[in-house]
Each structure stands twice: as C-alpha cells, then as structure tokens.
Design a binder for this molecule. Structure first.
Ligand SMILES: [Zn+2]
Ligand SMILES: [Zn+2]
Ligand SMILES: [Zn+2]
Length: 464
C-alpha cells in the first residue's frame, strides 16, 4: 500500500482534520457532513441474497468512513485519546441506569424497595446492602433500567458502593459547562445535525426519494420490495398471512432510501455510545431532543408519535437513547415526562392499533416515569396526568363497550332459535350449544355494564 495517498477509508484522521479546518461553524459542518453522507452511506450499504434476502450496512466500513471521522471532529484529536479525556471529566455517576437486556437477572429487595418495579442490576446488587436482605431475583424481559442511586426507589441503601461515590457531587452543576469551548461548539453541531438526520430518516415515509438536504446520485435505480415483519409471523411465514391476521406492510422502495434508513438506525446506536461516554455531550443531546423544531412538535414529540410506525430496531434504538440520555439526566427525565404526558393519549391509541408487543412500544417507558414520586407529583399538580390517563382509558373503553359489545348482543339476539315445527317429527334436536356457552361467558360482563350504566347516566345516552 506504500505510496498510495490516504483515502477516507484508510485514514479517518485525515478526514477528521479536514472537517476541523473547514467546519468551524455549525452551518459549515452541516453542509460538509451532509455531503459526506450523500456520498458514503451508499458505499457501506450491501444487499445480500444468501441465505435470505437482506439489506444491511457494513458496520466496519461505516465505522471507518463515518463514525471515526465524526469522533475525531468532536474531540479535535484521535478519538481513542479524546473520548478517554471526556470520560475522565465526567462527574462520578449517581445513577447506574443500566438498561437490561432480555434474559438478564434483576434483583429487588422486599424490605427496602418502594414498590416491585424497583430493581438492581447484578453488579450493583452485589455491592449493595440488599444482598443480605430478603431479596427476590427475576429475569428481565429487556428494556428496564437499574434503579441504583435513585433515592426515590429505595427506603434504605439506595446506592451501591460504586454509585454512593457520586451521591456527594453537586447535582445542579451543568455538565456542559465542563466541556472545553471549542468542543462544546462542535459537539452541539454534531448532536444537532446527526439527531435530526436520524429522526428524519427513521420517520421517512416516501419510498423513492430522500430529504432535500441529501444529494445522492445513483447510477442505477434499483428497487426492492420490503416486507415489514410483525410479532406473529416468523421469517418463513412472512410471505403469507394467517386467517385472522392483518396482511404485512409491504412497500417497494428505492435502494437509496433503504440504505439511508438502515444507516440512520445504525447511527442512533452511535449516538448512544457517545452519550454513555460523556455527561456533557449527554446533556447537549437532551437539549437537542427537546429543542423546538417548529411551533407544535419538537423532535421528541415526533419520535413519540411515530413510535408505532417505526421498525422494531429503530424503536429499540430510540428507546435506548432516551434511557441513556434523558433518563440519566435529572433535567432531561423531568422534561421527557412532561412530553410523554402531553402525547399520552395518542401514544396509547397508536399502541392499541398496533400489533407489536408492549415491551417494544414506547408506552412501556411509562413505568420509568409515573412510578417516580417527585415526577408523579409534578405531573399531577402541573400537567393533569390523572385526568390524561383516565381519559385515555375511558376513550378506549367507550367504543369497545358501546359499539362492539352491543354489536355482539345484537348478534346474540335470536341466535340458535328453536322454532315450532308442525306436521313432521324432528329427528335430531337443533343446535343450541354455541348460543348457550356464549351467553354463559358474557353474563359476568352484564353485571359490570349494569353497574357502569347506573353510575354514569351519560353513558346510557351514548349509544345511538
Ligand atoms: Zn446497576
Ligand atoms: Zn450501583
Ligand atoms: Zn434491602
């Protein structure tokens, strides 16, 4: 390879240096980076046909060509050294906040936990006082976080030995103020540009064109049929759909759209990594997520409302990003809770209409918010959260009871009727079992409906 000039693929630091020189302002960086993505995302994209047809992003290539130069640009030097420096500037963490993987053990203490949602990861548990208490071990379904360090989760022993060290730190210090000035400017530019790109792309609806700020020139127009799998089909079954199941979403998409969408998901994972490295960058990310884009929706609102339409991996990555950034940051968590409450009714509606399991839905994050006493109190006092939750519950109940339930009663009226026959002897008795067992099962519901009608006169007038 001697004598070859460094190409972006072989030498990310050259690229990082160029960006440092030319991307002094956020605006300059934005245009440099968008050009870079327009040119290079496609080079990391691969379509495979064996063993299954699959579109993917080559992780090593995108690491070298996109993520490493970005890290170089943020740090202003080799990221191996730079990220280390950032990490050592972090305040000792007060919270563990480890996000559980599916199947990972969790520990709760029957003596000290405020409720049974308060759990510890194995590392924290073993360094805590609870290992000598009356504890319970469980297996996580994935998605929850370790509550070590959260004073609101434990009556006693709220932090393990490691996270106790962070408890004496000043909570009110803004972690952003510790970042060197030029790093702050570049870090903010990167968070802003990258996050907006990722969210634009994962929420992108068009199948044959990309957002206007990308300038992707393709020599070939290749289209692929993308089949969006759900929770009930296996890969083999996905071409067919069962009798009672909705057909799978299926779209014909240009390969440049597929490439950028898959890459955006990958890039959310990269943002996660950055947030874990530095509490300063984490706060910048929080602020970017909350920053208003236009009058009615900010980035967070957009993601919350699009949740049920996102791919499963995109959901998993955005939720993880929320937990690694906003939930680890006292200011961010409060702000997230307010947004979540504001959009609660719509999020629940989307969830009910969707076929995915609760665990992959953004609604599953409610347990991280509504069970925290100070957040719950704030939401009840200032954001009418009780009214919001009950209202949303009743909204779902009402159509179900009035429309579907009475629809069912209508069908049952006169079902399997025994009619009087004359003139001829009936050899076999007519079928009555179905009507009988249906009636038998619906009976307990009548009592509930009667009680409900008696308690609220307006409910009786609802059905037309
Ligand atoms: Zn932990
Ligand atoms: Zn801990
Ligand atoms: Zn305990």
């Amino acid at each position: 390879m001697k004598g070859n000039p460094p190409s972006p693929e072989s030498d990310f630091s050259e690229l990082g240096k160029t960006w440092l020189k030319r991307g002094k302002s956020a605006k300059d960086f934005r245009s440099i980076f968008m050009n870079h993505l327009s040119e290079n995302v496609f080079k990391c994209f691969e379509m495979h046909s064996v063993p299954n047809s699959k579109a993917l992003i080559n992780e090593q290539k995108c690491q070298r060509m996109i993520f490493l130069p970005l890290e170089y640009y943020i740090c202003g030097e080799d990221p191996i050294i730079g990220l280390q420096k950032l990490q050592s500037a972090n305040s000792p963490s007060q919270l563990c906040g480890k996000v559980f993987k599916n199947g990972e053990p969790t520990y709760s203490c029957r003596e000290c936990g405020y409720d049974n949602t308060c759990v510890l990861c194995i590392d924290c548990f073993q360094k805590s006082i609870h290992k000598n208490h009356h504890y319970k071990m469980n297996t996580s379904q994935g998605g929850g976080v370790c509550d070590c360090g959260d004073v609101e989760a434990w009556k006693d022993g709220h932090a393990c030995e490691v996270h106790q060290q962070g408890q004496d730190e000043d909570m009110d210090e803004d972690p952003v103020s510790k970042l060197p000035g030029d790093l702050l400017v570049r870090g903010s530019a990167v968070c802003d540009v990258v996050l907006k790109y990722c969210i634009d792309l994962i929420c992108w609806e068009k199948t044959d064109e990309l957002p206007g700020y990308l300038n992707v020139s393709c020599n070939e127009d290749i289209f692929a049929t993308m089949l969006f799998n759900d929770e009930v089909h296996t890969y083999e079954e996905s071409g067919t759909s069962g009798p009672s199941r909705k057909p799978l979403k299926c779209r014909v998409m240009h390969h440049k759209v597929i490439a950028h969408q898959i890459f955006a998901v990958q890039m959310l994972g990269w943002l996660n990594k950055i947030a874990v490295h530095s509490d300063g960058l984490r706060r910048i990310l929080c602020n970017t997520v909350l920053e208003s884009k236009d009058e009615d929706t900010d980035l967070l609102g957009r993601v919350l409302l699009a949740d049920s339409t996102l791919w499963k991996v995109a959901r998993a990555h955005t939720h993880k990003l929320f937990m690694n950034t906003m939930f680890m940051d006292p200011v961010g968590k409060k702000a997230f809770a307010i947004h979540f409450t504001k959009h609660y009714n719509n999020i629940q509606k989307d969830f009910v209409d969707d076929d995915h399991e609760h665990i992959v839905s953004v609604t599953s994050l409610s347990v991280q918010l509504f069970t925290v006493p100070t957040i719950a109190r704030m939401l009840i006092l200032d954001h009418d959260v009780l009214e919001v939750i009950l209202g949303s519950f009743m909204d779902h109940l009402r159509p179900a009871i009035n429309d579907k339930f009475f629809e069912l009663l209508k069908c049952m009226q006169g079902m399997d009727m025994t009619t009087r026959k004359t003139g001829r002897h009936i050899e076999t008795e007519p079928d009555w079992e179905a009507a009988f067992s249906l009636q038998f099962r619906v009976m307990p519901v009548y009592t509930l409906v009667f009680d409900w009608c008696a308690s609220d006169v307006s409910s009786m007038c609802y059905y037309k």
